[in-house]
Structure formats: structure tokens, C-alpha cells
Design a protein around this ligand. Sequence first.
Ligand SMILES: [Zn+2]
Ligand SMILES: [Zn+2]
Length: 156
Amino acid sequence: MRLKEKHEITEVAEALSHFEGFLRRRGFKVTRTRLLIAERALSMPGHFSAIELWGALRDRGTSVATVYRTLDLLAEAGLVRRCTLAGTSGAIYESCLGRRRPHGHLVCRNCGRAIEFKSQGLETELQRIAEAQSFCLEEAVIQGIGLCSRCRKALS
Ligand SMILES: [Zn+2]
Ligand SMILES: [Zn+2]
């Protein structure tokens, strides 16, 4: 189930109860571990990998596999977004809470930092191009690759 655009969830507590409802509807058990992973994932300020999230939870005895599985469920519930950033291997996640949608990423090819920017206009343009080709656009991934200001300074 996708979250309605109109009602945007911005609080972790509300997101957790939404996730609980999602798990129950799908016939999954609501376990302490799942909720713990969800809470941490939803509170992450920036982009993170499953391994980084697992590292943040390491003392709780959670397995990497459970972290991956829970992130998949959170993505299905529309609470976490999975994005593939150019130049990085593996999926990167971001919490949907309080995040601009849609947004694009400027990815630094040196340090891997991803800077977010508003991409509404670009997505509208992509949609227009797709429609002209009778192409059904399911997702717009807008990224720029280059060097961030820090790396430009360090490398000059
Ligand atoms: Zn950089
Ligand atoms: Zn982002």
C-alpha cells in the first residue's frame, strides 16, 4: 500500500503504527526486532546502507538478513525509499519522513556523498517525454554525478 500524498506521515511514532498495521495486514508477525529496526531506519537523517543500519544496531543482536528484510518491508509500506546511487554498489535507503518528494541526487564520485535537490520540474519534463513515446513511466531517477565542493577543494 502506498501512502496517500495528502496525508504525509512526519512522526516516527505514527510511522511505526502504520508499519505495524502493514505487517498485520500482510500476515507478518510484529516483532520487537522489526520495530527496533524500523524505528532506527525511520530516524536516520541521511542516506544509509543496510550495513550501516545494521552497524547502528549491532549491540541488539540483529542479523544483517533481518535488517535487509525489514528494509524491504518498510519500502513496501512506503516509509523508506530505496535508491540506487550512481557509482555506489548496492542499494541506499532513506527515510520518507519529512523528505521532499520528488527529489533528485547529486552524487559525488569521490566521497559518495549524495546531495538532495528538488526535481519536480525535471520529473514533469521526463513524464512529458515518456508520454510522447507512449512509454509508461513508473519511476523517475534523477541524478547528477560529479565532485562535491569539499572534494573539489581537496583535489585542486
Ligand atoms: Zn565529495
Ligand atoms: Zn534522497
